[in-house]
Design a protein around this ligand. Structure first.
Ligand SMILES: NC(=O)c1ccc[n+]([C@@H]2O[C@H](COP(=O)([O-])OP(=O)(O)OC[C@H]3O[C@@H](n4cnc5c(N)ncnc54)[C@H](OP(=O)(O)O)[C@@H]3O)[C@@H](O)[C@H]2O)c1
Length: 250
């Protein structure tokens, strides 16, 4: 697989503003604004985009944006997820890791993202995650999707070192929360890196409360990290983060 851009874009805020963990409420961008944002990121070298069915209509907006900008599949990487879903009417989550739901969910994601295959498909776990990864039907369904070429890499977006350890051999990628105040998953990051597997960091800004430069410097200083997700709807913040990134890298 082509390597991920060191800075990836997390699309949560493109599609959902209900039941959020951010300190400040926000309006969702319309399609035109979302497309402009994705284009600006792409032109600045951000070619990896993370999304999920539970991020409102983020998958739809991302798919339309990539198609209308004319970004080809070999020019970008997309990760999406299975298992967690959000009902905007009841403002509630539900989880379903059955193989039937996985196949339906992937088919829907392919359709929304306007693609034939998904670069990384993450198990969208919740805490406690050990019982989730122990469901053999879950991994069997994911492995079948990989065999068919519909999914290129299998990942776990998880919470405990134990869960990552349990399915380590079947994993190509890990998505973990990691910042100066949250380092519990350091052993997983190290083990994945040593195994030449992908490590993607989420929530590096502590949902927006950490100093962005310090947070980026901390995340990028870990040699086992493949990509760091940046989530923002604010073009000034995006520019600021990309400048921090370039200054760290020079
Ligand atoms: N798999 C999972 O279970 C899971 C869970 C959560 C998240 N994720 C993924 O990880 C991504 C990131 O997580 P996250 O959004 O929860 O947390 P985060 O990246 O820690 O925080 C994002 C927040 O930081 C703010 N921010 C970014 N740059 C800033 C800057 N320079 N100055 C001031 N504020 C700044 C943004 O606000 P502005 O818009 O105002 O810039 C945004 O509200 C998500 O989009 C998603 O793709 C995955």
């Amino acid at each position: 697989m082509k390597s991920l851009s060191r800075i990836g874009y997390g699309t949560f805020k493109l599609g959902r503003n209900q039941e959020i963990k951010y300190p400040t409420p926000y309006d969702l961008p319309n399609q035109k604004e979302a497309t402009r944002l994705i284009e600006s990121l792409y032109l600045q070298g951000v070619t990896y985009f993370d999304t999920a069915p539970s991020y409102g209509d983020a998958e739809t907006k991302l798919g339309i944006a990539l198609q209308s900008i004319g970004i080809q599949p070999f020019e970008r990487q997309i990760s999406t997820k299975i298992g967690e879903y959000f009902n905007p009417k009841t403002k509630s989550y539900y989880h379903d890791f059955s193989s039937k739901k996985i196949n339906e969910s992937v088919e829907r994601s392919l359709n929304e993202l306007k693609t034939d295959s998904i670069d990384i498909l993450f198990i969208h776990a919740f805490y406690p995650d050990v019982k989730i990864v122990q469901q053999t039907a879950l991994l069997d369904a994911l492995k079948l999707l990989k065999q068919k070429g519909i999914v290129h890499s299998i990942g776990l977006s998880g919470y405990t070192n134990e869960a990552f350890q349990l399915i380590f051999n079947d994993l190509d990628a890990a998505m973990v929360e990691y910042h100066p105040q949250k380092k519990e998953l350091s052993p997983t990051i190290e083990r994945m890196g040593e195994g030449q597997k992908l490590v993607i960091l989420k929530k590096i800004f502590g949902a927006g409360v950490l100093n962005p430069e310090t947070a980026l410097r901390f995340a990028l200083s870990n040699p086992n990290v493949s990509s760091v997700l940046m989530t923002s709807l604010n073009l000034k913040h995006i520019q600021q983060n990309l400048s921090f990134y370039h200054s760290i890298n020079t």
